[in-house]
Design a binder for this molecule. Structure first.
Ligand code: GBH
Length: 493
């Protein structure tokens, strides 16, 4: 027995053993997540192609504090065996990671498949399965091949076809062993955050047209990739494919802003969910009209928000096997006052709705300024989703809390505990069918433009050590005992 197991077992023994509504449903699964650019490093190993994040950080190294970048990151390109070992120490049922498109297809297209890229992911997948851990694979977590960006990336309608071809390559390579797939992580970041700010790769800023064009094209790309799996691979491999939205819960600041809060939920989540999950398909209620009025106000002769043809609507509608989402935090919303300016951030900024988002009062905020703790948001969001899209399967694909470091991370333990409590209430009291919970993140990693100072890891990573040594935090022991006990009735003192 390793020392990790020894600590864990004493933790489980210390736990009270009464079955209660703090116990998770039988078969409920726990995992942890990472993403390729945030952990892998090996940015130019062998024949790997350049991604938009490689270009973005090398073009202007000051884009991330202290000239940090993902060139080496956690060096998971070399440390993948340790990553698997950590997943096993935690007792994870599944590990969610993403594939680097340009590690597999150096040109971005299917004319050349990298042997080294395929070997890397085969090792990871086989190693996980050997330890009884299911791989949950994301095809795209923000690191577009640069050659595709050179052709306008997510604003070129042809990308739907190119993404679908990449998906087919990947299903062919790994589909015999990977049964849980996710096409695209957080479309709202890929389209809205990127183009509204220009602060993320590829560094293009265009807030009035690009986010909406990208929104529709990305949905088409997802739909094509889902349909390829459904038609060509599902009959033999029986896996499931979905997309992962980032969902913020929004409360009205006062009763008079109830409709505004509902519209904000439709704008934030509905624009990437309604076309896929609703019975009728297409854009969510109210949004097309708001966007049309905004376009006129901004001087355009017609709406810059693209319509769906009936055929496109039908192509996108129903392209899911479960509803996956990442959830971290909540906001209160009110109408903007005359002449009030809007915060530049993308996702929280609801300028299109003439709304102002406010942090929940009295909430603890972690290392990252947006990370207000509001656990009730988890339950309310799950209830809202079930009301909107029906009694379908929900998968929480990310949930986590940023600290500045240190192994004693009580705030992270409390965060997971309180969010899991709210998730359990949604399951037990509101009958929401949640089947998976994923902690972000397995380990500290490159927190995009925030660099390495904001730490989300259950494991600490020493970025000054060439070996990138990983050490479990208190939260790792806590999470491991929750998993081992299948209950929240655990203590780890
Ligand atoms: C996820 O992104 C990512 O999938 C992951 O790569 C990342 O490391 C992790 O979470 C932690 O950040 O508009 O002010 O209300 C989350 C990106 C940040 C987008 C918070 C939505 C809401 C902030 N999200 N943001 S605000």
């Amino acid at each position: 027995m390793g020392w990790f197991q020894a600590v864990l077992i004493s933790a489980v023994l210390a736990a009270s053993c009464t079955a209660s509504n703090r116990t998770f449903p039988p078969g409920f699964k726990f995992g942890a997540a990472t993403a390729a650019y945030q952990i892998e490093g090996g940015w130019n190993a062998t024949d790997k192609g350049e991604s938009i994040w490689d270009r973005f950080v090398h073009d202007d190294p000051t884009r991330i504090p202290n000239n940090e970048n993902g060139d080496i990151a956690c060096d998971s390109y070399n440390n993948w065996e340790r990553d698997i070992e950590m997943a096993a120490e935690l007792g994870l049922h599944f590990y969610r990671f993403s594939l680097s498109w340009s590690r597999i297809l150096p040109t971005g297209f299917n004319n050349r498949i990298s042997e080294d890229g395929v070997r890397y992911y085969n090792n990871l997948i086989d190693g996980l399965l050997a330890r009884g851990i299911e791989p949950f694979v994301t095809l795209y977590h923000w690191d577009l091949p640069q050659p595709i960006q050179d052709l306008s990336g997510w604003t070129n309608p042809l990308i739907a076809e190119w993404f679908a071809e990449y998906a087919r390559v990947v299903y062919t390579l790994f589909g015999d062993r990977v049964k849980l797939w996710n096409t695209i992580n957080e479309p709202i970041v890929v389209c809205d955050a990127v183009y509204n700010t220009g602060a993320y790769a590829p560094g293009v800023s265009n807030s009035e047209v690009a986010p909406y064009v990208c929104n529709k094209i990305l949905l088409m790309a997802h739909a094509k990739a889902w349909r390829i799996y459904d038609e060509e691979f599902k009959p033999k491999y029986h896996g499931k494919v979905s997309i992962t939205n980032n969902l913020l819960w929004v409360e009205p600041a006062t009763e008079e802003f109830k409709e505004l809060a509902e519209l904000a939920l439709q704008n934030f989540g509905g624009r990437y969910s309604h076309p896929i999950y609703s019975k009728e398909g297409g854009w969510p209620p109210g949004i097309e009209e708001v966007m049309f009025q905004n376009s006129l106000k901004r001087g355009y002769s017609k709406s810059q928000f693209p319509a769906f043809t009936q055929e496109e609507k039908d192509l996108v509608r129903g392209t899911f096997d479960f509803f996956a989402f990442n959830h971290y935090t909540s906001r209160y919303i009110r109408k903007a006052k005359e002449g009030e300016t809007f915060a530049p951030f993308p996702v929280g900024d609801v300028e299109d709705l003439d709304g102002i988002n406010m942090m929940p009062e009295g909430s603890e905020v972690g290392a990252t300024s947006w990370s207000a703790v509001f656990p009730e948001g988890m339950r309310r969001l799950l209830v809202w989703l079930k009301e909107q899209y029906g009694d379908i399967e929900f998968v929480i694909a990310e949930n986590g809390f940023p600290t500045y470091g240190g192994l004693e991370d009580t705030s992270r333990i409390n965060y997971h505990k309180e969010y899991l409590e709210q998730m359990l209430l949604a399951i037990n009291e509101d009958g929401v069918n949640v089947t998976h919970y994923t902690a972000w993140s397995l380990m500290d990693n490159l927190e995009w433009v925030d660099g390495y100072a904001h730490k989300f890891g259950l494991y600490e990573v020493d970025f000054t050590d060439p070996k990138r040594t990983r050490t479990p935090r208190q939260s790792a022991y806590y999470y491991a005992s929750v998993i081992a006990h299948h209950s929240l009735d655990v203590s780890i003192d």
